[in-house]
Ligand binder design. Structure first.
Ligand SMILES: [Zn+2]
Ligand SMILES: [Zn+2]
Length: 259
């Protein structure tokens, strides 16, 4: 029996870490919370080992425990060369052993197939992931300024999607953040708004899509209820009410979903 399950262990600008478990393989996408919190939240799922950590990009909220996870759990680390080069500029991430992939290529990790694709974000060579076990697919895109045709293509076959719903456009505009920061967040290389997340889902959702995790919510410029409302309204208007939305949290794990 083919199994694929997903749990967002933490999400937000304070740290991101997503668990994907296949038949006999356990991987994390990003490692932005402490090793202790990661292993505790994995233990709550009954998982006591990690085969690999796949990194989306080199921002601090995605990388802080890469070293401890490799040293203590012997996890393989996967990233493209530009991301590895960025990570190696910081002492915490030197001396690690990397599996480098070429963005756009797919590779196996145990029973899982891992597809990589580029996303627009203000970092060197950021990527999203499409992870497949048998016929089951989960797409993960958590830091992106705007959807691209490639992102739409990769998300279309998924039964489960982890998608950024970073900010509410009005809350971002009215916040007391400095103007350049507001511009950066709202730009094509920044973060996706609730509204843009809803639009993208309406474009990619097929009858097989059953669950979407809303991820990377801004603490200051969003509210979980607002993100849920905006995205669910967009889906309802398109007749896509069969899609279940699940929230993710900065300080604890989400629900676990079978893909
Ligand atoms: Zn980022
Ligand atoms: Zn981030």
């Amino acid at each position: 029996m083919v199994a694929l399950r997903v749990c967002v262990l933490a999400s937000g600008s304070s740290g991101n870490c997503i668990y994907v478990g296949g038949n006999d393989t356990h991987v994390l996408i990003d490692a932005g919370i402490s090793c202790k919190a990661t292993t505790e939240r994995l233990a709550a799922l009954g998982v006591d080992r990690i085969d690999a950590v796949c990194v989306t990009h080199a921002h601090e909220d995605h990388k802080s425990s890469l070293g401890p996870l490799q040293r203590r759990l012997n996890a393989g680390l996967y990233a493209n060369s530009e991301t590895v080069a960025e990570l190696e500029k910081h002492a915490k991430s030197t001396g690690l052993s990397w599996q480098r992939f070429v963005t756009g290529n797919a590779f196996p990790i145990g029973s899982l197939k891992v597809d990589t694709f580029s996303v627009p974000h203000d970092c060197k060579e950021p990527v999203g992931y499409l992870i497949t076990e048998g016929e089951r697919k989960v797409g993960i895109v958590t830091d992106l300024g705007a959807p691209t045709e490639l992102i739409r293509q990769r998300l279309k076959p998924c039964q489960v999607i982890v998608l950024e719903a970073n900010h509410d456009v009005d809350m971002l505009r009215d916040s007391d953040r400095p103007w350049p920061l507001k511009q950066r967040i709202a730009s094509r290389h920044g973060h996706l708004s609730n509204h843009a997340a809803g639009e993208l889902l309406c474009e990619v959702a097929g009858p097989h899509l059953h669950t979407v995790f809303l991820a990377h919510l801004s603490r200051d410029c969003n509210r979980p209820t607002l993100a849920l409302h905006t995205v669910s309204e967009a889906l309802r208007k398109k007749g896509l009410s069969h899609v279940t939305l699940r929230m993710t949290y900065p300080d604890h794990a989400s629900d676990v979903v079978d893909v």
